[in-house]
Design a protein around this ligand. Sequence first.
Ligand code: ADP
Ligand code: MG
Length: 267
Amino acid sequence: MTTATHTSSAMIATKGLTFAYAEDPVLRDVSLNFQAGEFTGVIGPNGSGKSTLLKLIGGILPSPSETVFFKNRELNRYRKKDLAISIAWIPQEKQIAFSFKVIDIVLMGRHPYLSPLSFEGEDDYQIAQAAMKQTQVLEFADRSFNEISGGEKQRVMIASAISQKPEVMLLDEPTSALDIKYQIEILNILRQLNERENKSLILAMHDLHLASKFCKRLVLLKEGQVFCEGPPAEVLQKEILEEVYEVKVKIFKDDEDGSLLVVPERL
Ligand SMILES: Nc1ncnc2c1ncn2[C@@H]1O[C@H](COP(=O)(O)OP(=O)(O)O)[C@@H](O)[C@H]1O
Ligand SMILES: [Mg+2]
């Protein structure tokens, strides 16, 4: 007998998730649990399925029946608007191009809360302002989104997601296009949201050092399958990374915070 619910304590669960855009699956039999309040990084080589997994979890791509669950209920069964209130998805910076003003983009985060044909009210403006303050973009409020830098765009998108007041935030490589100052700045904002407001975070990450520094748990994908998952120190091991990334590596530990630096071995 099949049921549309899936009982577990997880906030988000995938169960035997296999997904194909065309014929060949790009995700295969992915079963993962994401608990409320977790800070998870999804890592893996280019094309391993990180973005696809995030889009399925966020309801951006329709998932096959009974494979993705939010609070024990099949994701497909939620109304789009209800889902938007609970789960925010932030695409990769290079995929974002808007000719809107920054404030309007942040206010878009309030749209799931508005009834049809109604406009934002004072409350919505206040929430948007507070979010812009939190990510330090208030001074850009009236600038055109297309005219600000990559790091500023990322912070605006996070402000928009914060205004949405979601329980879960999904971010696709939020720091890949940024220099180290902005990388740390954005990851610190995300850490605060996780620690102070108990937001559940799932990030696709490229940089293994930053992943080990900020994420409490890592999921490593290889060719659409979960190769392993666990605390960063368990996943970022020489033998594991050499097999998945197909390159010899050395791993150094930063004794101050225990984060791991993965570098290719000299050829
Ligand atoms: N819209 C799409 N249509 C067809 N194939 C896609 C699409 N998006 C991604 N793919 C393919 O799916 C696989 C996984 O891609 P993706 O999820 O973007 O991986 P990652 O984010 O880890 O780089 C890749 O082989 C990619 O070429
Ligand atoms: Mg990707």
